[in-house]
Write a protein that binds this ligand. Structure first.
Ligand SMILES: [Zn+2]
Length: 155
């Protein structure tokens, strides 16, 4: 995981998600069967906790929504995440997505607490994929713009 894809739970400021997310992160680092989906885990959590308008938060949200889009809509391999993020960061030009979905609406959907209950690798993959799809849907007002960013950054 590179600096650009890092999602520091300490910055998340979400009491409800911090503990289960930390547990999921640890399992994702330590379990070879989970590692291929690591980017989807980070992207889903960042999409649910978009942060403020400071450049670092804006950049993190932008690149995570872009890879989330590619994984959910185009079946991209989450393992490409760090490489894609480096290209996106090199392209730059990030702008805040306004208005953001509210924390309340983002938390009316699946969250880390639901995914942490997964019993095995298969169930983990299913729950994580469902979480990622719901988070992508939550940003539907901005889909067109995010797809545009992907085109510009990668073409
Ligand atoms: Zn949360």
């Amino acid at each position: 995981m590179t600096e650009t894809t890092d999602s520091r739970p300490g910055e998340m400021g979400c009491e409800r998600c911090r503990a289960p997310y930390l547990e999921l992160l640890a399992a994702s680092y330590n379990d070879a069967d989970r590692q291929p989906l690591h980017q989807l885990l980070v992207d889903s959590c960042v999409a649910q906790h978009p942060g403020g308008g400071d450049p670092r938060s804006v950049r993190r949200l932008s690149i995570c929504l872009m890879t989330l889009c590619m994984v959910v809509e185009s079946d991209a391999d989450p393992r490409l995440g760090p490489r894609l993020h480096r290209r996106m960061v090199a392209y730059g030009g990030f702008r805040p997505l306004e208005p953001q979905p509210s924390a309340k609406s983002l938390h009316s959907r699946l969250s880390a607490a639901d995914v942490v209950a997964a019993g095995d690798t298969r169930e983990y993959g299913e729950l994580l994929t469902a979480w990622g799809s719901e988070m992508w849907d939550a940003w539907s007002d901005h889909h067109a713009r995010i797809r545009e960013w992907i085109d510009r950054a990668l073409n």
